[in-house]
Each structure stands twice: as C-alpha cells, then as structure tokens.
Design a protein around this ligand. Sequence first.
Ligand code: UGA
Length: 433
Amino acid sequence: MKITMIGTGYVGLVSGACFSDFGHDVICVDKDADKVTGLERGEMPIYEPGLKNLVARNVEAKRLSFTTDLAAGVADADAIFIAVGTPSRRGDGHADLSYVYAAAGEIADNLSKSAVVVNKSTVPVGTGGEVERIMREHAPDLDIAVVSNPEFLREGAAIGDFKRPDRIVIGTDDEKARDVMREIYRPLYLNESPLLFTGRRTAELIKYAANAFLATKISFINEIADLCEKVGADVQDVSRGIGLDNRIGAKFLHAGPGYGGSCFPKDTLALMKTAQDYDSPVRIVESVVQVNDTRKRAMGRKVIDAMGGEVRGKKVAVLGLTFKPNTDDMRDAPSIAIVQALQDAGANVSAYDPEGMVEAAHIMEDVHMANDAYAAAEGADALVIVTEWDTFRALDMRRIAGQMNAKTLVDLRNIYQPDDMQKLGFDYFSIGR
Ligand code: UGA
C-alpha cells in the first residue's frame, strides 16, 4: 500500500515509521523544511525510545521518505492520513481544527484520483463530516472517503503501542474504505489485534471517551490518595486491592502529582466543550479536570509544608521535569506548577531531568539545570521527585542524604519505601501513604 502521512509530529512520525516497518511505502509530508531536512539526516524532532532506529531502518530500505511537497506526496497514495496538531484553542478550550481543515483542502486540491483520507488527529465529533464537505468542495469530481482512525499511543511507549495495540478503531460506513483500512492494518490483524469497525462519529467519540476515562481513573485514585493520608491508609494497597477486580483493572491507578501531557488536559477540555455545545454536559469529566488542576498547584504547597512552611532562601532540588518518563515533552507537566509555587514562596530551585531540560529551560525561569541527580541535590534543603524516570529509582540515597543541607524528601511518585528512607535519616513524604 502507498501511504501518505500529513504531519510529522508525534503521531504522524510514529505511525508513518511503523506502517513502513510493516512493509508499506510511506511518504511523510511536513511544511517545516528544517524538520524534513533533519529527518532525512536521521535527526528526530522528538525523543521517543526506538524511533531513531526504526526510521533509519525503513529509510535505508527505501520504504520511508520525507518531503515538504504535499502535491507530490499525495499524487499516488492509496490512503492519506491527516496527523496534524489539534491544540486547545486559546481562550475557550475547543480543539483548534484549522490545521486539519487546511490539510483537507490542500490534499483535495492535489489529488488526481479517488482516495481514502484518514483522520488520525484527535478531533471532536463531526469533524470527519466537515473534512468530507471541504474535500468535496475542492475536488467535486473525485470519490473521496473520509475515515476516522484515532490513535491510542502513549508517549515513551508509542512504538510498542502501535505494533501491539489493544484495538484498532476504524470509523466509516464506506465499504471500499473499510477494505483499504483492513489491508493497511493486515499485519496487526494477523497478530490478532481486534479491528473495531464503527460509524465515523462513534470512532471520533471513542478517542475522547477513552482519554477522559483514563484521566478519570487518575483523578479518582489521586483523591483516594488524599483520603488515605487523612485516615492512615496506604493508596498503593488500595490500588492493588481494587485493581485486581477485573471490572476495574489495575492500570492507571498510580496516584501522583496529577496528569499532564499533550493529550489528557487538552482532550478532557475538548470533550467538555463538545458536551456543552450539545447540551449534554459531562459532569464527571468536568470534576476530573478541576481535581487535576487543583492538584498540581497543591503539590507545591505539599512540598512547602514538608519543609516546615517556610522556604524563602532555601534550596529545593527537583528530580524529573517532563510530564512522564521517556519523553522530552513538557506540555502541562505538573513540574511547571510545582516549581512556580516554590519560586513564588521564595525558594531557589535546581533540577535535573534526563531528557526534558532543554525544553524546560524555555518554560521555567531561574531554575538551575544540574548535570545529574546528585549535582541537583548538593546542598539542597529538600529533594522532590516529580517524574519517575528509571534512573531515579535506584539512586544512591545514602550519598544524596550526605550531600543535602536538610534531609527532606518528597516523593510524588512513591518510588521509594518509607521505612528505607526513614532509616537513612530522611524526613520522607509521599503520596497517599
Ligand atoms: C495518553 C493515553 O494513554 C494514550 O492512549 C493516548 O493515545 C494519548 O494520551 C493521546 O491521546 O495521544 P500519554 O499522554 O502519552 O498517552 O501518557 P500517559 O501514559 O497516558 O500518561 C498521561 C499522564 O497521566 C502522565 O502525566 C502520567 O504521569 C499520568 N498518570 C498515568 C498517572 O498520574 N497515573 C497513572 O496511573 C497513569
């Protein structure tokens, strides 16, 4: 199959590379010439484990190429995927669809034969219909089927998620388009990944409902964690105790500083807006968003309280800045609100993150970026673990204790054991224990 991917952001690049690895011919189109030149040289615009090798292998095999030339990219394609950004629109939280619509018009202007256009960008219900209308307006003589095929990739685990998905959702009523999609995903189907065919609007809603549900699990367990602290229970045992019930499931029940990233915050807001527009409010999701926003700010206060309520002039070392491990993505990371709260209270902040410091330096002011966890902790009055990178799980905590000015440890990901840390002399605070 000849596949064209419009947009080489997170979703477009990972999907394009994986499709080429299945043996399809893939062209990835992006307007950003620097990005395309970089990709041709093997430079990845994002940090994602395994991506560099995957791209290199398929470029070498001539199954994967990059271009800025959309016309050439779409000319010969069996399927054209739209994988451009849908950021939250400034001011109202609605998904900004201008990039999706612009891509649709441009694709239609450059098509010379009938094709299947697949929307992979996360878009509100009804967007597929609008894309179809735009395409018909631009290319009235062509038979273009517009399919919704949402992605369920987690940053940091995206290649595994693409190649071993829990399910593939394909939204279209067009039989020919279904056949094309079946052929594209055949390698996964052979591996027994379920292909779920639905209507287009249903597929669009599945994406938002999935992310909103996962966000709900997180806010739920975070509130239970707060309650655990008050009543003297252990949230990790509660998670295990409820997660072993198959109806609940063990995943996404890790209490922490709140969810961040480019998906949950944006998609929950967009779902709320759609629901309000249709006069069918999603009150649970509204609460989830509110709980999460409040939580990120509260984590800064938690650190300040752990330090005795006064942090002016004190040094706080922060380990982990990205919204989760194995990414350099800082979007809506809890670290941003936490560092801000500490600085507002007069603390000096040093930080270390294996991949996120370059991006963080654009967002945070006056944070000393250290070379490693030990350098960050040197002379600190408190150490705060915000992101659970593997390299933080087995630090030489005795050495760190020896380096610090005061031994306050706030572990917002529960990666250390309270007893162990107390034995080392730490005043240890964690989440829900
Ligand atoms: C999320 C979904 O998991 C993907 O299925 C989806 O495709 C993607 O959004 C998207 O819409 O593109 P992602 O944002 O990369 O993926 O990361 P997650 O692993 O879901 O983590 C999101 C946030 O939730 C992180 O801040 C993480 O620390 C937090 N989290 C996650 C918890 O606090 N507790 C948990 O138990 C799980």
